[in-house]
Design a protein around this ligand. Structure first.
Ligand SMILES: NC(=O)C1=CN([C@@H]2O[C@H](COP(=O)(O)OP(=O)(O)OC[C@H]3O[C@@H](n4cnc5c(N)ncnc54)[C@H](OP(=O)(O)O)[C@@H]3O)[C@@H](O)[C@H]2O)C=CC1
Ligand SMILES: O=C(O)[C@@H]1CCC=N1
Length: 266
C-alpha cells in the first residue's frame, strides 16, 4: 500500500519518519511539498520521493493530509480531481471535520480524521481516529496501522475529537510547560541548570512509568508522595492557592473551543 503525505512540517515529518522507522518501504512513500529547499532536505534525509500534491494523490492508495487547518480547503480543492472512490484520505488537522472534507472530495472517498501528538517522534505517540461516512473496516484498520507505527491508537466517536485535541493533541505542550517551570524553579532555588534539568526530566519519566506500569490512580500516587506535615503538602497547598487545577481546566476548554473555531474556518 503506497502512502502520500501532503504537508511535511513538524507533524508531517513526524509521521514520515515513523513510517520509515517502522519499516515501510521508502519506494511506497511520497511527500507533497512545494518548497524546493524543503523537498531537497526530505529527499536527502529519508530517500523519499517528493512530488507535487496532485502526483502524490494520483499515485497513492492512502493520502495523509498534514497541512494547517487554514490551508485544508485549498489543498482539498487542488487534489480533488486526482482522488477516486475507495481511496483513503486521512486528515491529521485540528478542527477539520470529516463532513467538511467529504463535501470537497469525490463521492466514495473514504475519510478518516486523526488527532496525533508529537511524542510519535520517539514512537510514544497517542493518536485518536474517527471514521467518516464512507469508511469500511479496512479503511479504519489502514489508518490505525499508519498511526500505530508511532505509538498508541484509539478509536473514538468524532464528536469527541475537539476534546481529544485539547487533551492529547496539544497535551505535550502543557507537560513541557510544567517541565520548563520546574527547571526554572530549581535554578531559582540555587541548583545548576543541568542538575535541575536532569532531576526534572527523570522525575517526569519515572512518574509517567509509574502511571503506566502500576495503573494506580494519580490521586493515590500523589498521596504516596505527600508525607503528613511534609514538604509536598506545603507545595500542593500553594498550587491550590494559585488555582493551578482551575487553570488547567480553563486552558483545555480554550483549546477545545479553538478546535471548534478552526472547524468554522477562523
Ligand atoms: N504540531 C503538532 O503537535 C500537531 C499538529 N497537528 C496538525 O497537523 C497539521 C500540521 O501542523 P504542524 O506540522 O504543526 O504545522 P507546520 O506548519 O509545521 O506544517 C504544515 C506544513 O504544510 C505545508 N503546506 C502548506 N500548504 C501546503 C500545500 N498547499 N501543499 C503542501 N504542503 C503545504 C507547510 O509548508 P510551508 O511551511 O512551506 O508553508 C508546512 O510544511 C495541522 O493541521 C495541525 O492541526 C495535529 C496534532 C499535533
Ligand atoms: O496547536 C495546534 O493547533 C496543533 C493541534 C494539536 C497540537 N498542535
Amino acid at each position: 500500500m503506497s502512502t502520500a503525505i501532503i504537508g511535511a512540517g513538524v507533524m508531517g515529518e513526524t509521521l514520515l519518519s515513523g513510517l520509515v522507522r517502522a519499516g515501510r518501504r521508502v519506494d511506497q512513500l511520497m511527500v507533497g511539498e512545494k518548497r524546493a529547499e524543503r523537498a531537497r532536505e526530505l529527499e536527502e534525509r529519508y530517500g523519499v520521493a517528493v512530488v507535487s500534491n496532485r502526483e502524490a494523490t494520483a499515485k497513492a492508495d492512502t493520502v495523509a493530509l498534514v497541512v494547517k487547518p487554514q490551508d485544508m480547503a485549498d489543498v482539498l480543492d487542488e487534489i480533488a480531481p486526482d482522488l477516486r472512490a475507495g481511496q483513503l484520505l486521512v486528515s491529521l488537522a485540528a478542527g477539520i471535520t470529516t463532513a467538511f472534507i467529504e463535501s470537497r472530495v469525490p463521492e466514495g472517498v473514504a475519510v478518516v480524521r486523526v488527532m496525533p501528538n508529537t511524542p510519535a517522534l520517539v514512537d510514544e505517540g497517542m493518536a485518536a481516529i474517527s471514521p467518516g461516512s464512507h469508511c469500511d473496516e479496512s479503511h479504519l484498520a489502514e489508518a490505525e496501522s499508519l498511526m500505530a507505527s508511532t505509538g498508541k491508537v484509539i478509536r473514538i466517536p468524532e464528536k469527541q475529537m475537539d476534546a481529544v485535541t485539547a487533551i492529547s493533541g496539544s497535551g505535550p505542550a502543557y507537560i513541557f510547560f510544567v517541565v520548563e517551570s520546574m527547571i526554572e524553579a530549581g535554578v531559582h532555588l540555587g541548583l545548576p541548570r543541568s542538575t535541575a534539568t536532569e532531576l526534572v526530566v527523570q522525575t517526569l519519566v519515572g512518574s509517567a512509568a509509574m502511571l503506566r506500569e502500576t495503573g494506580t490512580h494519580p490521586v493515590v500516587l500523589r498521596e504516596q508522595v505527600t508525607s503528613p506535615g511534609g514538604t509536598t503538602a506545603s507545595a500542593l497547598r500553594e498550587l491550590e492557592i494559585h488555582k493551578v487545577r482551575a487553570a488547567f481546566l480553563a486552558a483545555m476548554e480554550a483549546a477545545r473551543n479553538r478546535s471548534r473555531e478552526l472547524a468554522e474556518g477562523s
